[in-house]
Design a protein around this ligand. Structure first.
Ligand SMILES: Cc1cc2nc3c(=O)[nH]c(=O)nc-3n(C[C@H](O)[C@H](O)[C@H](O)COP(=O)(O)O)c2cc1C
Length: 222
């Protein structure tokens, strides 16, 4: 990471390839409700001790169609089948979601050679839900959420470190949730499961939400 003499021509990115062979997916493996399969794959990722098993790539898009992505941590798949993460409502993603609630989510578990792609619509969770989760966060994360103007310019690192220290002194031990910070819940209407297979003949299954609330299930080509 600190080796600055690394020459890009020595990296040979074109030669990096791996055959995927740790699992497979057939029609009989697929649950009627794709949320059950999401929960199952998340549990597998936890059980297999993969790094950051709850890491979730969230893509938003501006009104003129510019996609924009970042990683967050999934905090819940609710009983109603919503994917919940927490962030700053005044951040770049927060403003984009206000204007365009259509988002996509990607889970990628390298060790399991699996990914899930989800498309859906996003909105804020109820304030009580954010309050309950905020109260469970570590103290320093609570203070940080209060002082970080996420995605906005700051003059230097000292600025944020000083703001943190000042706020910690000011609020004391019981830290109120700032209104600008809370949960987002994504209601899915398209969920695709991908399992890597040898020779790039991967298994993919696509669920689409139907008008009656049921899900269709189709195998799609790799
Ligand atoms: C592994 C990982 C987990 C992260 N989890 C969160 C999170 O749960 N919430 C969050 O606001 N940012 C999280 N971040 C930081 C975001 O990726 C991003 O930098 C931040 O939310 C600002 O994004 P925005 O400017 O697009 O709004 C995480 C980053 C990484 C690498």
């Amino acid at each position: 990471m600190t080796d600055t003499n690394h020459k890009s021509e020595e990296m040979n990115l074109e030669d990096i390839r791996r055959d995927y062979n740790v699992g497979s997916l057939s029609h009989s493996d697929m649950t009627e409700d794709p949320l059950d399969k999401c929960r199952e794959w998340l549990e597998d990722a936890l059980r297999m001790n993969v790094i950051e098993p709850t890491a979730l790539i969230v893509s938003t898009a501006t009104l003129d169609g510019q996609p924009c992505t970042r990683t967050v941590l999934l905090k819940e798949i609710s009983e109603e089948g919503k994917f919940i993460f927490y962030s700053n409502y005044e951040s770049r993603k927060g403003h984009q979601i206000d204007l365009n609630p259509k988002v996509s989510l990607t889970f990628l578990w390298h060790q399991l050679q699996r990914q899930i792609h989800i498309e859906g619509t996003c909105r804020h969770v109820a304030p009580e839900v954010s309050d309950a989760y905020f109260a469970k966060r570590p103290y320093k994360s609570q203070v940080g959420a209060r002082i970080s103007p996420q995605s906005h310019p700051i003059p230097n690192r000292m600025f944020i470190v000083t703001e943190f220290a000042k706020e910690a002194l000011r609020v004391g031990v019981k830290v109120p949730r700032p209104e600008s910070w809370g949960g987002f819940e994504v209601t899915p209407h398209r969920i695709e499961f991908w399992q890597g297979r040898p020779s790039r003949l991967h298994d993919r299954f696509l669920y689409l939400l139907q008008e009656d609330g049921s899900w269709s299930l189709t195998r799609i080509a790799p």
